[in-house]
Design a protein around this ligand. Structure first.
Ligand SMILES: Nc1ncnc2c1ncn2[C@@H]1O[C@H](COP(=O)(O)OP(=O)(O)OP(=O)(O)O)[C@@H](O)[C@H]1O
Length: 617
């Protein structure tokens, strides 16, 4: 029995001498590819046609493939983290075989093959012979092309692993490739590439089908948002528009061609499924062959009226989205799934995330999802003086202390009875206050300062902080028992720089500022390159500043230079012509909201000081 190397050697000799290749010597997809190359008149000992686009042509192709390029670039960064140090180059090529982006590691970059795989180089099989990128595009399947399996002898010192990426309509969108000069046939790398390709495909699917109803489905809840989740979209009439590869295999045995009725796939009516769209409930659905799936909705396909009119007989499990915030990012979605699974059992939630990542908005989401009829009561634990904390939270009896209101106060905990108590900046709570809070969380009993009477309250507790609580515990600034009591369900919010729904967020926030404002894709792309230490709040502020720079035209690259060129909001505002505009905006808002400075500052994404500065008195 010949070894793999021996067999390849024999096949190679036959190839170079123009003989007929024995299909048993090498993998069929390699021999098929060699035969295609021979039919095109390529010579294995000759040189490949090293096509390379000009910078302008490359720019043009990047623009044309902007969406897939962007999703691929972000996956490549993630992949790079995983294989950094192992001398690999990762490349993404579009459907025309043009390398749009590369990320490389170690010496490979300066090696001969490393220098050949450049942005703008074209790796079609018909030009460069059998190669992972070109051949994967040709056969629409993932594959490894190892050393001498490359058609041209000149490429025999490299191993390549490639996985194709498809648009939601099944058309090829590109190929993700990892190349290395390592000799090992490392199939683990191919699996990594396939997973990354699926991530790109899923992002494309969600974006390309966002005008339709998209169902994310899986038999297991915890895998809903993983690469093994199925995606299927339906138009407003309940006709199937698209389905991804995983969805196809989960529903195998059923017809999933475009145009198929929802009812020909699932055992309930489309109207019933829609019934859960607006009410924040994740249903389970059964297909016509009896398999059951947990389902999450995405997209915006149907009118509100239709959603409300639909009845619901689907087995319901708690929650999903409340209007007013964007949550297309997979990491955020995972956290929302946690919320929906837990909220009915009323555990304390602890939201962790950098400043401005949307902790309060998620707390409000938890409140909405809980279906509780009481109030949402926010408490800024960092801003309350230590001595007043208990009085503010638990109330005080009439005349309890100097300066107290004459008739006393029932306190914020009782104000939240039947609703949600949101303990913001919990990491900044002084230690003595932490003890009082812990006591409260044990019993849910409130005794006002200066009073002997206790009241039982029913509150959903949600804490939030941007403080690293584990370090705070180590430094004895935060009690570990409070951490465990509060953090029964911990939610980690991704910072803006890691969010994969940056464009959707930007467009949503812009729409909130002014529905008439538009922004070009490349301007969004340029914004996405920034670090955003202030996260979503900083983005909102930047968008507000950008909105001041445009009149009729959409926000574009040129405005980015003006934005990032300026030091800060004030500098921008002071610059010619803008001062009058911002004064008008601020004062118009103040007029409509009854001179509410905080609300105005929040709505415009600027500080209260800036509002005061430009307020007409
Ligand atoms: N997912 C989202 N979609 C749209 N807007 C969002 C989203 N998350 C947050 N925002 C907006 O970003 C801004 C900051 O959000 P929020 O106040 O909830 O952050 P935070 O983490 O509580 O901030 P801090 O740590 O400073 O208290 C708000 O204007 C909010 O409306």
């Amino acid at each position: 029995m010949l070894s793999r190397t021996e067999r390849l050697k024999r096949a190679r000799i036959t190839l170079q001498h123009g003989g007929v290749i024995d299909p048993h010597l090498i993998a069929p997809h390699i021999s098929d590819s060699w035969n295609r190359c021979l039919e095109r008149g390529l010579d294995p000992m000759g040189t490949a046609h090293n096509a390379q686009l000009s910078a302008r042509e490359l720019r043009q192709q990047r623009d044309e493939d902007e969406l897939v390029h962007r999703f691929a670039a972000s996956q490549m960064q993630a992949l790079y983290q995983q294989i950094a140090g192992s001398n690999f180059m990762i490349a993404f090529g579009n459907a025309r075989g043009t390398v749009l982006e590369t990320v490389s590691d170690g010496e490979f970059r300066s090696s001969k093959p490393g220098k050949a795989i450049l942005p703008g180089s074209v790796w079609l099989e018909e030009l460069r012979g059998t190669n992972a990128m070109g051949t994967a595009a040709m056969i629409r399947q993932p594959l490894i092309v190892h050393g001498e399996e490359h058609f041209f002898h000149a490429h025999s010192d490299v191993s390549c692993f490639a996985a194709p990426v498809f648009h939601s309509d099944g058309e090829l969108a590109g190929v993700l490739d990892a190349s290395s000069d390592c000799r090992a046939r490392n199939t683990h790398t191919l699996v990594l590439m396939q997973m990354a390709a699926t991530h790109i495909e899923n992002s494309l699917f969600l974006r390309q089908q966002s005008d339709h109803l998209v169902l994310l489905f899986h038999s297991r809840f915890e895998l809903l948002n993983s690469v093994s989740g199925g995606l299927i979209s339906f138009d407003s009439e309940g006709r199937l528009r698209a389905i991804n590869q995983r969805g196809r295999s989960m529903l195998s045995g059923l017809s999933v061609r475009p145009g198929t009725a929802f009812e020909a796939v699932f055992d309930t009516s489309f109207a019933n499924a829609l019934g859960h769209l607006g009410d924040g409930i994740v249903p389970t659905l059964r297909d016509l062959l009896g398999s059951q799936y947990v389902v999450q909705f995405s997209g915006r396909p149907v009118s509100e009226g239709r959603v409300r009119a639909a009845s619901s007989t689907i087995v319901a499990s708690p929650v999903v989205s409340v209007a007013g915030f964007v949550a297309e990012d997979p990491a955020l979605q995972t956290e929302l799934v946690k919320v929906q699974r837990a909220v009915r059992r009323k555990p304390p939630f602890l939201i962790l995330g950098e400043s401005g990542t949307g902790k309060e908005i998620i707390a409000r989401h938890i409140h909405a999802a809980s279906g509780r009829s009481g109030a949402f009561v926010p408490v800024n634990c960092g801003a309350l003086p230590e001595q007043l904390f208990e009085a503010e939270l638990f109330g005080y009896a009439a005349g309890a202390f100097t300066g107290a209101r004459k008739d006393g106060s029932m306190g914020l905990a009782r104000a939240a009875d039947g609703g949600t108590l949101f303990l913001d900046e919990i990491g900044d709570l002084p230690l003595p206050n932490q003890v009082a809070l812990l006591r409260f969380l044990d019993q849910f009993e409130v005794r006002a300062v200066g009073s002997a009477t206790t009241h039982k309250v029913d509150v959903q507790v949600v804490g939030a902080t941007n403080v690293d609580l584990l370090s705070a515990i180590a430094e004895k600034r935060f009690r570990s028992d409070l951490f465990y009591r509060l953090g029964v369900v911990q939610l980690n919010l991704p910072p803006l720089r890691e969010r994969r729904d940056f464009a959707a967020l930007t467009r949503f926030m812009l729409g909130e500022l002014d529905a008439a404002l538009d922004i070009t894709d490349r301007a969004v792309e340029s914004l996405a390159q920034h670090e955003w230490p202030g996260n979503l709040r900083e983005l909102r502020s930047a968008l507000f500043q950008l909105s001041l720079l445009v009149t009729e035209e959409p926000i574009d690259i040129v405005h980015m230079d003006q934005l990032f060129g300026s030091q800060n909001a004030s500098a921008l505002i002071e610059s010619a012509g803008l001062k009058g505009l911002i004064i008008r905006q601020i004062n118009e808002l103040l007029r409509t909201n009854g001179n509410n400075v905080s609300e105005t500052a929040k709505a415009l994404g600027i500080s209260r000081n800036t509002v005061y500065k430009y307020m007409r008195h």
